[in-house]
Design a protein around this ligand. Structure first.
Ligand SMILES: C[S@@+](CC[C@H](N)C(=O)[O-])C[C@H]1O[C@@H](n2cnc3c(N)ncnc32)[C@H](O)[C@@H]1O
Length: 237
């Protein structure tokens, strides 16, 4: 069977590809989330698709009891309080968490929409009544308008070429990556389903998660249609 893109894309090269997504950035984001009240100061919290754990460590420094889940054993290596698993089938009992976070575009990965919805049903299942989901995703129109078709940069000794396009039919943003290091060239891609705000609200509501607040950033700035990101706080009723 063909390896799904989301297994190939998040291996050791991720550290140089996304080296600009730092611990300092995550610390500032978590402090913004707590100060703005976007995220309740309640435990336990699950950071879904936690990657290398940069937000997890910030949540813990802020005094929250936080757990992480991710599919990539390479990104999870050396961390504690994390589980390797798939976001479609969460290995937790129901009503376990006060909050679930999905940060830095970690949703909309599956080809079939039913699997993306399944992730939301799973989040709802593991949340307590009144529990909060914080979802950080792309706002489609401004992101598509600003899409850079090709860029090239050197990071961690690798020459990285990224080609980006909007797949209008599939309603996805696709990024093809060429990674050249030590005379070897590797290729893979990322492919993320994008959602207009009203579409995302409807999808969340279908899974029993109701949007209370939509912001432009982690500090709680007001959302406008021109914002490149949407940070959504949804509650389980
Ligand atoms: C864009 S990264 C974000 C990582 C982290 N939230 C951060 O901000 O650094 C997306 C993460 O989702 C994880 N992932 C991809 N597919 C997954 C799946 N099916 N189940 C769980 N995690 C998955 C990847 O391994 C990767 O760590």
């Amino acid at each position: 069977m063909r390896t799904p893109w989301y297994q190939r894309a998040f291996q050791s090269e991720y550290f140089s590809l996304y080296a600009h997504r730092t611990q300092a950035e995550a610390d500032a984001q978590v402090s913004g989330l707590l100060q703005s009240g976007l995220l309740p100061r309640e435990s336990p919290l699950l950071d879904l698709c936690c990657g290398a754990g940069r937000h997890l460590s910030a949540f813990r420094s802020a005094g929250l009891r936080a757990w992480g889940l991710d599919l990539s054993s390479e990104l999870l290596r050396g961390q504690h309080g994390v589980v390797r698993g798939d976001m479609r089938v969460l290995p937790f009992v129901g009503a376990r968490f006060a909050a679930v976070t999905s940060l830095f575009t970690s949703f909309g990965y599956f080809e079939s929409e039913s699997e993306n919805v399944q992730v939301l049903f799973e989040i709802r299942r593991v949340l307590r009544d009144g529990g909060v989901l914080l979802l950080d995703h792309v706002n489609p129109k401004p992101t598509i308008a600003a899409l850079v078709p090709e860029s090239r940069e050197e990071r961690g000794g690798a020459l990285i070429t990224s080609r980006r396009r909007h797949d209008e039919r599939g309603r996805r943003i696709v990024k093809e990556i060429e990674y050249a290091k030590d005379g070897l060239v590797e290729n893979w891609h990322e492919s993320v389903r994008i959602y207009e705000p009203d579409e995302l609200d409807a999808l969340l509501a279908m899974a029993g998660l109701f949007v209370e607040r939509r912001c432009a950033d982690f500090m709680g700035a007001e959302f406008t249609p021109a914002c490149p990101r949407q940070l959504v706080r949804a509650v389980k009723h």
